[in-house]
Ligand binder design. Structure first.
Ligand code: PGA
Length: 249
């Protein structure tokens, strides 16, 4: 069985003081028992990666970024490359989060290009997919996620462990409306089936669930087949709730 991955997506939150306080709490509260059961990662805003690095290493927490450029370097004002993130100590980078797809107009092709740059620089991309509420209501959830997978998976992923998938139904993100266990189980089984067509070792691709995961629902979700961890937004901003989710792994 795969070791679960519990990743915190801090989004555009906190300041230097807040980062220091949260990292202090994580260092103090993360237990060896939790670390034995789960790999823990945090994805701070790019500017705070260096600020979090030392304490993250101290606590055996991996560092991830929330996005990367689809180019190696050059005249791309405002962007941060996968190579720079690797330099800053990252092991992961989230690509294709629904907030970036929506607010920054990122297409599947752009997500794929970013994931490819991540792998080229030895980062593991956490590739996000998920349907909107209208798409689910129209019975298109699997079709949407299937197409996102088909078009966003990087060509240079050679084995399952090169990537992580995060299934994040858009209507569950930041809303408190967690998907039902039945819906999560069905979608994760569907994603696993799609991955089986792409990889010889689909069992090595971690498939995370994300969307209003919190201490109260984490144990049930993390116990479902093909749920190999969680991508946690709001609840990752407090050590207590983040680590309480991680302890359910
Ligand atoms: P949430 O966010 O846990 O606050 O719903 C999850 C995410 O967007 O990754």
């Amino acid at each position: 069985m795969l070791k679960k991955l519990i990743a915190g997506n801090w989004k555009m939150n906190l300041d230097y003081q807040g980062v220091d306080a949260l990292m202090d709490d994580l260092v103090e509260q993360l237990s060896p028992e939790t670390l034995e059961r789960a790999d823990i990662a945090i994805c701070p805003p790019a500017l705070y990666l260096s600020r979090a690095l030392e304490r993250a290493q101290q606590a055996e927490i991996s560092l991830g970024a929330q996005d990367c450029a689809d180019q190696d370097n050059g005249a791309y004002t405002g962007q941060v490359s996968a190579a720079m993130l690797a330099d800053a100590g990252c092991s992961y980078v989230i690509v294709g989060h629904s907030e970036r797809r929506e607010y920054n107009g990122e297409s599947n092709a752009a997500v794929k290009a970013k994931a490819q740059k991540a792998i080229a620089h030895v980062l593991t991309p956490i590739i996000c997919v998920g349907e909107s509420d209208a798409q689910r209501a129209a019975g298109q959830a699997e079709a949407v996620v299937g197409q996102q997978l088909k078009e966003s998976l990087p060509d240079n992923a050679e084995q399952g462990s090169d990537i992580v998938i995060a299934y994040e139904p858009v209507w569950a993100i930041g809303t408190g409306n967690v998907a039902s266990e039945d819906d999560v189980q069905a979608m994760h089984a569907f994603i696993y089936k799609q991955l089986s067509e792409r990889f010889d070792d689909p069992e090595n691709v971690r498939i995370l669930y994300g969307g209003s995961m919190k201490p109260e629902n984490a144990a049930g979700l993390l116990a479902l087949p093909h749920v190999d961890g969680g991508l946690i937004g709001g609840a990752s901003l407090k050590a207590e709730s983040f680590l309480s989710i991680a302890s359910c792994a």
